[in-house]
Design a protein around this ligand. Structure first.
Ligand code: G1P
Length: 300
């Protein structure tokens, strides 16, 4: 079973840094953002390969995951064994690449991985968000299992004035992940999806539940994406193909707490994630607070 990470975007929000460095390789502490997403993608049982949908403009992404024996040897000769192990670890991850030659939208990007995915369900993980404890997709797989292998998406409540930034679901609350009583928009609530709309105007939004960027989809979606027309923003939208899938198959949504994950989509959010993880890790916490204190006082 595969997990797909669309990563062909230009990263314009991070210019000028992303003129030379793909945004997926920007570090959170000492590890590139994409590696957190790949490690998360490999957590659910059965996922054995991550397919990254890249653009030809970003060969650095592919070389990051390639073994570089000469570089590792050089590090080892200098006694940098731990560092060499870290470099090696990334190159051992089961990652493969496909290319999206034209940026025609998320639906188009996902379809670029159709041959790799084959006739099996697959995950899609949007690459500017990662979940440190890796459990979101694991819980989605559980919901799918409870509903005969149906597609499952992670959703969360969003204020009414922000619905037009996201894909929004229509549906009904049908239960919870662990069978306990939860309110309809609380974490763990499970919805049966009856409609999906990409970036609706607030008055057209069928609910306040937005798609957070984690999908478990049946392979039928690839057939639908093959002839999906353009939608919101003139792009081929995954959401629109999922809306068509609803005409043929059941689909469920799991309400999650999006703050359990880390959003790295803008410079400010990315800086916040660095701070959050630096504070969470004992090996960096004190030095981080000290550095922050100094710079807050203007000493740095
Ligand atoms: C994409 C999806 C949208 C989803 C969002 C989550 O939109 O099309 O349905 O809610 O990701 O971040 P984008 O952010 O690419 O505009």
């Amino acid at each position: 079973m595969k997990a797909v990470i669309p990563a062909a975007g230009l990263g314009t929000r991070f210019l000028p840094a992303t003129k030379e460095t793909p945004k997926e390789l920007l570090p959170v502490l000492n590890k590139p953002v994409i590696q957190y997403v790949v490690e998360e993608a490999l957590e659910p049982e059965g996922v054995d390969e991550v397919v990254i949908v890249n653009s030809r403009e970003k060969p650095q992404l592919e070389s990051y995951f390639r073994v570089d024996g000469g570089y590792e040897d050089m590090l080892r000769k200098r006694g940098k064994t731990t560092e060499a192990d870290l470099v090696h670890e990334a190159s051992k991850l089961p990652v493969s690449f496909v290319y999206q030659d034209n940026p025609r939208g998320l639906g188009h990007a996902v379809h670029c991985a159709a041959d790799k995915v084959g006739d099996e369900p697959f995950f899609v993980l949007l690459g500017d968000y990662f979940v440190p404890d890796h459990q979101m997709c694991v819980r989605m797989a559980e919901v799918s299992k409870q509903h005969n292998g149906a597609s499952v998406i992670a959703v969360a409540p969003v204020p009414a004035d922000q619905v037009s930034r996201y894909g929004i679901i229509a549906g009904e609350h049908v239960g919870s992940l662990d069978g306990s009583d939860v309110a309809d928009e609380d974490e763990g609530a499970v919805w049966k999806v009856t409609g999906l709309v990409e970036k609706p105007a607030p008055e057209d939004a069928p609910s306040h539940l937005y798609i957070v960027g984690r999908y478990l989809l049946t392979p039928r979606i690839m057939d639908l994406l093959a002839n999906q027309g353009v939608g919101a923003g003139g792009e081929i939208q995954l959401t629109d193909a999922m809306e068509r899938l609803l005409g043929e198959e059941e689909m469920y949504a799991l309400v999650v707490d999006p703050t359990e994950g880390c959003d790295t989509g803008t410079p400010a959010a990315w800086a916040g994630v660095n701070a959050r993880l630096a504070l969470a890790d004992e090996s960096t916490r004190e030095a981080f607070l000290e550095a922050l204190g100094k710079s807050a006082l203007g000493d740095n």
